[in-house]
Write a protein that binds this ligand. Structure first.
Ligand code: SF4
Length: 221
């Protein structure tokens, strides 16, 4: 198949976005949180873990350690015990305690609001920073690329990359900036409800006409 031109890809993206927007008007961050600090911690805990599981653990954690200062002072073993069911609990406990300590020591107890400062916190990478900036501070600085966004962007032919930062750059070129936070939610919802990792439901997918992978999978059916 001939390589798709940049203009053709842009056109397809412009057709895909309104469909996703219409399909998921209720799309939002699935991690329960009351403020930026809670969202930061919940996002760190969500690595390799479901949001549902994280939402079961965080109320207990935030009841006992509600502020960065309290979490920074919390005993490692106690935090490990509370978050154990989220997996990788030793390194996650270390990350959330250390990032809380950084917030206290370098930012007067407030979660910083820039990509540069957030990614300097221990245990915080670009994906976590994007979640916090987009959902707690309403800033479209980048685009969250999790496992669903990555799979959907690839199947929809919006990127040929597999590295999350390169995928993010491709999507940032195709999606208007004011939609960067929402498009990640839309793709995550679509990934959970229609385009699963193992069994994409292409026959029931509203994006089929614009999806190279879907056309391949349904060819001859
Ligand atoms: Fe996924 Fe199939 Fe829909 Fe493409 S057509 S987005 S592969 S479910």
């Amino acid at each position: 198949m001939p390589k798709e031109s940049a203009a053709a890809r842009e056109k397809r993206a412009s057709q895909i976005l309104p469909i996703l927007k219409n399909l998921y008007p209720d799309a939002r961050c699935a991690l329960d949180h009351a403020n930026a600090f809670e969202l930061l911690v919940a996002t760190i805990l969500s690595a390799q873990c479901t949001d549902v599981r994280v939402n079961m653990v965080t109320p207990v954690l935030f009841k006992k350690y509600p502020t960065p200062a309290e979490l920074a002072q919390a005993p490692q073993e106690d935090v490990e015990k509370i978050i154990q069911s989220t997996g990788f609990f030793r390194s996650k406990a270390k990350s959330i305690r250390e990032s809380a300590a950084d917030i206290v020591e370098k930012h007067a107890g407030k979660v910083p609001q820039t990509m540069e400062e957030l990614t300097c916190l221990r245990g915080v990478g670009r994906k976590t920073a994007n979640v916090v900036l987009g959902n707690a501070f309403n800033q479209n600085v980048g685009l969250v690329v999790d496992t669903h966004v990555r799979r959907l962007a690839q199947r929809l032919g919006l990127t040929g990359e597999s590295d999350p930062e390169k995928i993010e750059r491709d999507l940032m070129k195709l999606v208007p900036r004011e939609q960067w936070t929402m498009v990640a939610h839309w793709l995550i919802f679509h990934g959970r409800r229609v385009c699963g990792a193992r069994q994409p439901n292409c026959g029931g997918c509203r994006l089929l006409a614009h999806c190279p992978e879907g056309r391949k999978l349904t060819k001859g059916k």
